[in-house]
Every structure is written in C-alpha cells, then in structure tokens.
Design a protein. Structure first.
Length: 631
C-alpha cells in the first residue's frame, strides 16, 4: 500500500483526497501557489510545498515543480485530482519515469481517449454505439459543410481536442455553418492548440447520462451504475444525480455494459467516466443512447455514485494504484436510494453568472448533508481558479426526498460579501421538468430569465431589518417613546416607518409595533463589515437604513458613510469627535486606479470612525457616521 501521497491539485478535491488518505493511514503532501498559501487544503495536509505564483500556468500546471516537490518530501505517489494535469498523458508518464506511482489510468489510455475523433473510432471498433456524424481527416470547409448536409440539420460542431463545453457550436441551418465553423476553430485553437473539428447530429431532446467505471491492473473492470448530469448551463454541469431518473433495468444493463466495453478497449486502470448523450424524446431507450467521450480521471460528481453504492472511489483509486485488485466484483455492487449533488459557485446568476471574488466575512453551509469544500469563513475567493465554493451532496431513500433535501440545503446557505448561486440552485429543484425527470441539457437555457431574476426579500426580512434599523439609528428619546407603544394602548399608534436601502433603492417599510419581531425560521442574520446582512432561501440581502455614500445628494439619511466600491483608504482627514461642515472631505478611497473623495452630507460631528488609512475595504463597508449638528 502507498504510504505517502502528494496531491497535485487544490481546493475541495485536494481536501477530499486528504480525508480518505488520512483514514487509510497514508501521509499527505499538499502543493500551493501564492494565492493558496493559507488555503484549507494546505492546513489539512501533513506537509505542504510552495510551487509558484498564483496563476495556474506558473504553479499547478508546472509538472517539473510538482514532481520535484514529491521527491523532496519523500512522497511515493501522486494523485492528480481533476482538472489541471489530471488528463495530461505527458505528466502521467513523467511521474512514472520519475519512479513515482501515478494514481490514475495508464498514459496510453489517457492518450487514446484524449482526441474525440480517434476515441469515437476506437469505440465503434469495440461495439460501443456512437453519435452519427463525421470524424474524417478532410477538414476543408467544403467537406465539412457537405457532411453537415448529409447528416441533416441541426448539427453540432465540436473541437476534436475539446472539453468543458469549449470549441462547440450548434448550427441550425446551412447559411449559419461557415461562420459557426470559423468561430469554433478559433476557440479550439486558442483553448487546445488544435483547430480540428468533428460534426455530429444534434439530439433534439438530449439528456447527459454517464457511467462510472473502475478497473485494476489485473484486467478487471466494473461499472458503478449511471449518473444523470442533464441540468447544465452552457455545457457546464450544475446538478448531478444518481441513478438517472426514468432508467429501466434493460436500458441500464445496456448502457453500463457499453461503458465497460469502452474501458476494456483502452485497458483502463483506476476510476473513469464514460459519457453518453441520450435522445429522450421517447424516454430513455438503449437504441437512443450514444457514446460522447471518456473522462480519464475522477469526476467532480463522483460523490453521488459513492452515496448510492457505499463505495469510496478515492480509496479504490489508491488500492488499485498500489497493485491491489478491485475491492468488489460486479455482482457485489447495487444501488441504494437516490443522491443529488448541487455545485455551489462564487458567481452572480442575476448578473450573467459573473464570478465573484473576495473574502468570506460570513460563510455558513448546511451541517446535516455531505459537504465537499476547500473554503471556510475567512477564506478568499481569488480570480485565479475555478470559483467553486462547495458541493452540496444529499442521499435519501427516494428521489423526491432527495430533491426536497437539496432545496433545503441550498436555502440554508449564508455567504457574504462574495456572491453565490445557492438561490439559483434552490429554484432548479422547483422546476416541474426536474421534478418529473423530464429535464434536458437545454432546460436551464429555456427557463433562464425566470431562474436568474434577482431575489427580492420577503416582508419578514424587511420587517426584521426595519426594526433593527429603527432600534439602532433612531434618536434615543424617539426610541424610548416607541418602546412604550409595543404593548396595546388605547388610541396609540400601532406602527412606525423606517427608510431602508437595498441595492441602491430607498424604500419605506412599516414597522408593526405590536410584534416583538417578525421573524421566520428560514430568515437568519449576521454582521459583516459592521453591517447587518439577512439571509433567506439561499439569497443574501444587505439592507441598511437609507443613508448617503458621502455625496452631496439628498434623501433620507442617518449620516452613514459607505464605501461606494471595493478599494483602499489612502487618506483620512478627520478623527472621531471632530466637527465637520457639509461637503467637507472626510477621507479618500482609491479604487480601480482612481481616487474618490468621500464628504460630509451635512454639518455635524464624526460620531463613529471605522476607516483606517492604508486598509482595504469592501463595497458598502461602513466607514464613518456623521451625527447632525444641534440647531
């Protein structure tokens, strides 16, 4: 058995491998870049080695440094995780040539499945059904256009060396083909250094079905059943589940047997995934499911397979790499219940899914479910790597129960100020197509406007925020007067009004003074950057008393000075207790290489000062408060 292991990766997959290795008594070595110096996987490993600057091309993708780190720390083996160099046959061979154990398939197997056209030809020879299309050597635009006509529109142009949805274009009519081909080739050349393409029939009602396989060095190959990964956005998986809904036993046997034949055709060792495209216009049928590609590594979505089979796939990888046989035979594997995985990303679905960076002032993830993550409260999301926060994995007896559990798990996520997609994931669970198992790879695109509409806080959230705002910022004598009205009193006012600010919009909210506080079990609050943030159904709302950002504009204000954008306080002109005049400069914020002066909104006194010269602040951070001067 391997005694020491270097993980050539980062984030949640590095933490995942470390967890299993520790349970097996294997010493672990992490690698890290400048950006990951304080990362969770670095702290969890027994030892960690710095391998370069933050960009992956200068650290996690530099194979020589990784191999040198393994040798320097006495690691016997290297586990590549997924992404980065995990499917790089050259890296796998270099690891082996260095006298280390490669925890993955043979380099020859990686190469055989690395090019889509060659892989499909190999699969056809092995009796694995492939999508009708053109895989030929003639790459002239004229020949490709002619083949597309022969296949019949719509067609899909795919980069031969593609992956992750890159180098892929749908073409609905002949007059669109030339432009789509040129665009696809440019992207393929830029992403993979190879502009060759293949043409496939476009499946009308596609579902993405994949089969987990595992082989050992003794020629044994088993499947661990199928997963459904049809809920995708721009060819990127969002929700994965196992087993696939609507899969009957004859179809399951056929697709899983095809996956085993595919693995055997390349003498596969270790864990891998054979991906299929299904035409689900008449349900899942064996004669309407075709091979797409094989991922020669552990998949992001492997936990759902582990949940329904009770197998630890990382343990299997390590045992196989150590020369042991597969722990279980095919007839010893069976499906138990249903599992779903939701990918929680640092992105803003309401703003085109733009990635979000920053430090988690607040990060609370559900405790009951299986959480795969490489971050925690206080961690920073940088622009250098994939913005995954965590994978939320649930396992229940039935699919319906699993769907409810995922929705609840997503709804309980609390994160700030980094934006995240928990509310979007919760909405996916409520889609009728998903509930019925009738989703396709185009479902999200068809519902995108409804799914990504920015969440609005409920009346309960606004009520809690209003009471907090009034209690915190009302004049003392006014608040004492209002407190006296909390109980019933004949002819007394039963409500008050607070002005709140949300996303730059000022709105009045009535406070019901007969209530101790309108709260619901799914509304929570936290303090971040000296400000309250409210969480509901996976969404975060920074709701504040209406106030100024240091401009001369009027409107309801309690004199709070907010940072208009992330930046650095480069000059501080006042101290707490100073008297200031309307328009007087209080401080200077540098952001986006520009200086922004923040000024007093009116004559008054600096009643609070949170800003410190030279420190970085987040957008909407409370920098100072100005109390009005006495008349």
């Amino acid at each position: 058995m391997i005694r020491s292991l270097l993980i050539a990766n980062r984030g949640e997959i590095a933490c995942r491998v470390i967890r299993t290795a520790r349970r097996m008594g294997i010493r672990t070595v992490a690698i890290y870049s400048d950006a990951d110096r304080d990362a969770l996987h670095v702290r969890q490993a027994d030892e960690a080695v710095h391998i370069g600057p933050s960009p992956a091309a200068e650290s996690y993708l530099v194979s020589d440094r990784i191999i040198a780190a393994a040798k320097a720390t006495g690691a016997e083996a290297i586990h590549p995780g997924y992404g980065f160099l995990s499917e790089n046959a050259g890296f796998a061979q270099a690891v082996i040539d260095a006298g280390l154990v490669w925890v993955g398939p043979r380099p020859e197997s990686i190469s055989a499945m690395g090019l889509k056209d060659a892989a499909k030809a190999l699969m056809q020879a092995a009796g694995v059904p492939v999508t009708p299309g053109y895989l030929g050597e003639d790459q002239s635009p004229e020949r490709l256009a002619a083949e597309a006509e022969a296949i019949g529109y719509p067609v899909l142009i795919k980069a031969v060396a593609g992956g992750g949805g890159k180098g892929m274009r749908q073409v609905d009519a002949p007059d669109m083909f030339a432009e789509a081909l040129a665009s696809c080739r440019r992207e393929a050349q830029a992403s993979f250094g190879d502009d060759r393409v293949l043409i496939e029939r476009l499946i009308a009602n596609p579902r993405h079905i994949e089969v987990q396989v595992c082989g050992d060095t003794r020629g044994n190959v088993v499947h661990l059943f199928e997963r459904d990964c049809s809920l995708q956005r721009r060819h990127q998986k969002v929700i994965e589940e196992a087993p696939a809904p609507g899969m009957d036993e004859p179809t399951r046997r056929a697709i899983c047997a095809a996956a085993v034949r595919a693995a055997q055709a390349v003498d596969y060792v270790g864990a891998g995934t054979v991906e299929f495209i299904a035409d689900a216009s008449e349900g899942l049928r064996a004669d309407r499911i075709w091979f797409m590609e094989m991922n020669t590594r552990l998949q992001v979505e492997h936990p759902v397979t582990e949940e329904i089979t009770g197998v630890d796939l990382v343990e299997w990888q390590l045992r196989v790499a150590s020369g042991e046989p597969l722990p279980l035979a095919q007839d010893q594997l069976q499906i138990d219940g249903h599992a779903i995985e939701a990918r929680l990303y640092a992105e803003d679905p309401a703003n085109g899914f733009l990635p979000s960076t920053g430090t988690f002032e607040v990060l609370r993830l559900p405790r009951r479910e299986r959480i795969e993550t490489g971050v925690e409260q206080g961690s920073e999301v940088t622009p250098f790597y994939d913005p995954m926060i965590a994978k939320l994995v649930v396992h229940r007896e039935t699919r319906a129960a699993a769907i409810e559990a995922v929705a609840a798990a997503c709804g309980s996520v609390a994160a700030w100020p980094v934006r995240q997609n928990a509310w979007f994931l919760a909405r996916l669970m409520r889609l009728p197509e998903f509930a019925s198992g009738a989703m396709t790879t185009g479902t999200i695109a068809a519902r995108i406007d409804r799914l990504t509409a920015r969440p609005e806080p409920s009346d309960e959230v606004l009520g809690v925020a209003a009471i907090e705002a009034f209690a915190t910022h009302a004049e003392p004598d006014e608040w004492e007067r209002l407190k006296g009205l909390m109980g019933f009193r004949l002819n007394a006012p039963r409500s008050a009004q607070a002005w709140l600010s949300l996303d730059g919009e000022t709105r009045p909210v009535q406070i019901d003074l007969t209530l101790d506080g309108p709260a619901r079990h799914d509304v929570t609050a936290a303090w971040a950057m000296a400000e309250p943030v409210y969480f509901e159904q996976g969404a975060a709302f920074a709701i504040r008393p209406a106030r100024t950002d240091g401009s001369d504009e009027g409107g309801p204000s309690n004199g709070a000075i907010l940072a208009p954008m992330p930046g650095t306080v480069i000059a501080l002109d006042v101290a707490q207790g100073d008297s200031v005049a309307k328009g007087q400069r209080l401080m200077v914020l540098e952001a986006m290489k520009m200086e922004h002066a923040l000024v007093a909104p009116y004559d008054g006194v600096v009643s609070a000062l949170n800003a410190v010269a030279g420190t970085q602040v987040q957008v909407d951070a409370l920098l100072a408060s100005i109390g009005k001067a006495e008349d």
